[in-house]
Design a protein around this ligand. Structure first.
Ligand code: CMP
Length: 146
């Protein structure tokens, strides 16, 4: 049934001019945009978002990159049937070199450290990430097509 996921276009996706294409893919698939904002995340926000990866060797570089301000990220919440799993399929494998043809990462990247986009990997992660990025009351707009 209907659920929500957190999707973030990373600075490389913004710099590359892929915001419109990515939004279009989710819209045309039939998903509903219930929240969107463009921002340069604080260090604290980025570290919380990637807390699971804090012991990894690339963690610092990842946080530095996301927070650099060279370009903002575009944080979004999408809603619809199976959107958590379908979003991951549309995005493709973390390493673009392993991503299926036609996926966002396969189409636009060959670099794991510049893989364009992030999507929640489970229901619990989605809830957590949505709360972290859109935690203020009224930030999520539920709506139905006319
Ligand atoms: P994302 O889906 O945002 O989740 C964690 C991110 O860490 C991942 O996409 C990659 O951008 C990044 N990442 C994962 N593995 C590596 C790696 N080996 N080197 C650099 N970055 C990585």
């Amino acid at each position: 049934s209907s659920e929500r996921t957190f999707i973030m276009i990373k600075p490389d996706g913004v710099t590359r001019g892929l915001v419109g294409d990515i939004i279009s893919r989710f819209e045309k698939r039939g998903y509903k945009l219930v929240a969107i904002k463009s921002l340069v995340p604080s260090r604290q926000l980025a570290e919380q978002h990637y807390a699971d990866l804090s012991t990894r060797p690339f963690f610092k570089g990842l946080v530095n990159y996301i927070t650099s301000g060279k370009a903002p990220v575009v944080a979004m919440v999408w809603e619809g049937k199976d959107v958590i799993r379908q979003g991951r399929i549309m995005i493709g494998a973390t390493n673009p070199l392993d991503a299926a043809p036609g996926t966002i990462r396969n189409t636009y990247s060959i670099s794991i450290g510049r893989n364009i986009i992030h999507g929640s990997d489970s229901f619990d992660t989605a809830e957590q990430e949505i709360g972290l990025w859109f935690g203020k009351p009224g930030e999520l707009a539920s709506w139905e097509p006319a």
